[in-house]
Design a protein around this ligand. Structure first.
Ligand SMILES: C[S@@+](CC[C@H](N)C(=O)[O-])C[C@H]1O[C@@H](n2cnc3c(N)ncnc32)[C@H](O)[C@@H]1O
Length: 264
């Protein structure tokens, strides 16, 4: 029998790849006291690769930040990609890591031997403005995957845009949700952002779209429709559901106080 029963649930160090692989393979994660939970709400393998590829393609990504850790799959994927870089650091904002997620995300990072992360257990609407006071323009890569309402995502994106340096990347997950998609479409109009990459999921099965496409298919051929009403055209004929998008901040955000874009 073990002297300390907690020893049986303390994570032993595995290679970070192995930790990720075990979670995706079993579809389960383990909490602080050894309780097994079914994996949910996490980025999947493809989304993990999407994040890793962006980081691998840009060796200047060293300081990363994410909003929303849950069971730690995005944290693991980000840390896996930056772990061998000098000065690597990852900041995680999630107020509910211990309350709702049984400390699983942090346990996974510990199990993978990751020691270059900070967890801020505060809601992002409070944590991000505090971070901005000290770290404006300091992050190379920011991942937003927190509370998915429109206003909440917009607040996260507002602060993230200020925390990001020129050349850095803002990655937003779950843009199949109309609330999140609306924020991303707004951000895409900022002169300082260019879409870097995105990952599409399945084709939309919306019956409203299917009817609209049927009714409008004769016009579909006419290019002026696409030119004159691009957003309506996209809404009807673009049937791919984008899951995750990466924007690159290509220059300083110098919009004046009265900046407005009619395309939104
Ligand atoms: C979809 S899950 C994140 C999944 C995670 N990125 C992954 O891939 O494994 C959303 C996360 O947002 C967190 N969250 C909810 N409200 C939040 C808030 N106000 N500020 C920051 N994070 C919040 C939740 O605790 C949850 O961990």
């Amino acid at each position: 029998m073990l002297d300390n029963p907690k020893e049986s649930v303390m994570p032993r160090t595995l290679h970070i790849n192995q930790v990720i692989e075990n979670i995706y393979r079993t579809g389960t994660v383990v909490g602080q006291n050894g309780k097994v939970h079914k994996l949910h709400s996490a980025i999947d393998r493809e989304e993990g690769e999407f994040i890793s590829n962006i980081i691998h393609n840009d060796p200047k990504i060293i300081k990363t930040l994410e909003v929303g850790c849950a069971y730690g799959l995005s944290s693991l994927n980000i840390c896996l990609a930056i772990r061998e870089r000098v000065g690597a650091s990852h900041t995680i904002i999630d107020p509910f890591q211990n309350i709702h997620w049984d400390g699983v995300g942090i346990r996974n990072l510990d199990e993978a031997g990751i020691d270059f992360f900070d967890l801020i257990q505060v809601k992002s609407e409070f944590a991000l403005p505090r971070l901005l006071e000290e770290k404006e323009g300091e992050f190379d890569f920011i991942f937003i995957d927190g509370w998915h309402t429109f206003d909440h995502t917009l607040i996260d994106a507002f602060y993230a845009s200020r925390l990001l340096r020129v050349g850095g990347y803002l990655v937003v997950d779950d843009i199949s949700l109309p609330s999140v998609k609306r924020v991303v479409n707004f951000l895409k109009n900022y002169p300082c952002y260019e879409e870097y990459d995105s990952l599409d999921g399945e084709v939309s099965k919306s019956w409203k779209k299917m009817i609209a496409r049927r009714l409008m298919s004769p016009i579909h051929q006419i290019t002026w429709f696409q030119t004159l009403l691009p957003s309506l055209y996209r809404r009807i004929f673009d049937d791919r559901i984008t899951r995750i998008v990466a924007l690159q901040k290509t220059k300083e955000d110098t919009r004046s106080w009265d900046w407005h874009n009619d395309a939104f």
